[in-house]
Design a protein around this ligand. Structure first.
Ligand code: PEP
Length: 253
C-alpha cells in the first residue's frame, strides 16, 4: 500500500515570534511545488496562531508539541487540544521523548492525550522509541512493544488511520547519531506488526510511521527509500528554512 509521505519538523523550545515569522516567509516559497507529500511543523504554543495564520493558504500543516489530556480545568500552565484548535492548528505531537524524559509523560498519559486529540480532530503524532541502554542490552523491541501497546490502548481500527506514529530512538535524537536505514526499517516493520495485532492489517497498513533522530538533508532520501519509513520527524534540521526545505524536497533514490 502506498502511503502519503509525511515530513514534519519540531522546533522544540526555539524561535520567538519574529524568528517564526521570518522562517515561514522564507520557507513557504521554497516548498511551493510540493503536492503529493505532506509537510508539517510543530511549533511552540506562543507561535501557533501566527504560524497557522501565515500558513493558512499553503500546504503546511501546523501543530503543537504537546497537549493536556483534559479539555479544561485547574491545570496551571497547561494547554488543551481545543485551545490548540482555536489557534488554527491541526496537529499535535504526543509523547515526544523529551516530554517522557523531563516532564513525566508515561505511556498511560500518552494514551489519554491521544484520545482527546482524536476527539478534537487533531492529527496526533505519537512518538516512541528506546533509549541507548535498552538498545545495547537487546531490549529495544520489548520496549517498543510495551510502548505501543499502552500508548495506543483503546485505539480502534477506524481511528488508527487518523494517527501518525514516530519511531525516535532516544540515542539518535540531537546526537548526530542516526539509526542506520536497516535499524530504522526493522523497528518500523516491527511496529507495524504490533499495530496489525492491535487493529488488524487493513488499518495498520494505512498508518504512517515516521523516523526521527538526526535526520538531515543528506540522509533523508536513503531513510525514505525503506518500505516502512513513511516520513521523518526532524528537530535540529527543521530550524533553518533552507535545510527543512531540502528535506521536504528530497529526491527519492
Ligand atoms: C526530534 O526532536 O524529534 C528529533 C528527532 O530531533 P533531531 O532531529 O535534532 O535529532
Amino acid at each position: 500500500m502506498r502511503r502519503r509521505s509525511f515530513l514534519a519538523g519540531n522546533w522544540k523550545m526555539f524561535k520567538e515570534l519574529d524568528e517564526a515569522k521570518e522562517f515561514v516567509l522564507e520557507f513557504l516559497p521554497l516548498v511551493s511545488q510540493v503536492r503529493e507529500r505532506q509537510m508539517a511543523l510543530a511549533v511552540p504554543f506562543t507561535s501557533l496562531s501566527l504560524v497557522a495564520e501565515l500558513a493558512k493558504d499553503s500546504q503546511l500543516i501546523v501543530g503543537a508539541q504537546n497537549c493536556h489530556w483534559d479539555n479544561e480545568g485547574a491545570f496551571t500552565g497547561e494547554i488543551s487540544c481545543s485551545m490548540i484548535k482555536t489557534c488554527g492548528a491541526s496537529m499535535v505531537l504526543i509523547g515526544h521523548s523529551e516530554r517522557r524524559q523531563y516532564f513525566g509523560d508515561t505511556d498511560q498519559i500518552v494514551s489519554r492525550k491521544l484520545a482527546i486529540a482524536l476527539y478534537y480532530g487533531l492529527l496526533p503524532i505519537v512518538c516512541l522509541g528506546e533509549n541507548l541502554a535498552e538498545r545495547e542490552s537487546g531490549l529495544a523491541f520489548e520496549v517498543l512493544s510495551r510502548q505501543i501497546k499502552t500508548s495506543l490502548e483503546g485505539l480502534t481500527a477506524a481511528d488508527a488511520p487518523k494517527i501518525v506514529l514516530a519511531y525516535e530512538p532516544v540515542w539518535a535524537i540531537g546526537t548526530g547519531r542516526t539509526a542506520t536505514d536497516q535499524q530504522a526499517q526493522e523497528a518500523h516493520s516491527y511496529l507495524r506488526a504490533r499495530l496489525t495485532d492491535m487493529v488488524g492489517s487493513e488499518a495498520a497498513v494505512q498508518v504512517r510511521i515516521l523516523y526521527g533522530g538526526s535526520v538531515k538533508p543528506d540522509n533523508v532520501a536513503s531513510l525514505m527509500s525503506q518500505p516502512d519509513i513513511d516520513g521523518v520527524l526532524v528537530g535540529g534540521a527543521s530550524l533553518s528554512p533552507q535545510s527543512f526545505a531540502k528535506i521536504v524536497n528530497y529526491l527519492p533514490i
